[in-house]
Design a binder for this molecule. Sequence first.
Ligand code: PLP
Length: 370
Amino acid sequence: HIIKLNIGNPAVFGFHTPERIVNVLKDHLSIADAYSDSAGILEAREAILKYDTAKGIKGLTVDDIYLGNGCSELIVNTMQALLNPGDEILIPAPDYPLWTASVALANGKPVHYICDESSDWMPDIDDIKKKITPRTRGLVIINPNNPTGAIYPLEILQEIAAIAEKNELILFSDEIYDRLAMDGIEHISTAAVAENVFCITYNGLSKSHRACGYRCGWMALSGPRENAEGFIAGLNVLASMRLCSNVPAQTIVKAALDDKLPDPDCIPGGRLYEQRNYIYEAINTIPGMSAVKPKASFYIFPKIDAKRFNITDDEKFAIDLLRDKKILIVNGTGFNWPAPDHFRIVYLADIDTLKAVIDRFGDFLSYYHQ
Ligand code: PLP
């Protein structure tokens, strides 16, 4: 039996779509059998418009909102529509690797900027500035972050917005974990801070409503777009080519976005909150391991003392752990982290399972050496 902590798929850990939302979906099934407008049904786009406007994004209309089969599809389409061979996109390291793969698939060049563990995994602003070239088209922010669980404060977003404005970059802000913030932190949308920048904000129901399998995501285009006509035309062509996204899933967007925050799982006594506290504290008691406290999502990205264990290949580390202890994690270089000294744990598992993981990890590291 393998304890699989490698993928952020809440339902397999007992986090299911709320019954109220499932019932809305059931009620709409009989009217969800036709293709919809390729950008999505109006009711869903209006609900997203209301949600994003309430988060401070200005000037949006329903025409700026596109539904997709998860935001994964929209991320891939964005890069397909935008990039010419050799165009560069700045992507965080560590990243959610779909971003890097999407840029590469579109013949672009992913360029990674460092997020700094010693400052709670904030983007390193100087590193971003250093990596801008005449070929840089845009900058990706994942906030709240996968894999680090960081949430970016206003000042960081303002600095990034200023860089984007000065260098005429598009900002791509992946905010799929915005409703899973903890510790009373209020999530700020990049586009609300970057009014003078062309932004695309991505979100969806996979994580917030534990509905990964429904495939329901969206993107919202905001800010000035005088030079983006060809790109937007490309987005429309790609949306039309797949006709429309999953219509039953679109019918629950309005009800889902009416749910009030905070998420009950993310407050004291809630499962995600308590599991986060447990894993964070437990990891920091294992000799040779340390981690920054995640503030959102359900991931932690611990550091492992690579020198102490002589780790030069973190994929081998993950495989050795799997073979010896039947625990599946993902090595940090899988998130485009440059050194073999981190890995990601999905802490969706219940505390008893996490306790078993910590025990096995402690034992593994008592003898492991590469
Ligand atoms: N963006 C981030 C940061 C993610 O972690 C994930 C899934 O893990 C996605 C996007 C994909 O979301 P979707 O299910 O909407 O395709």
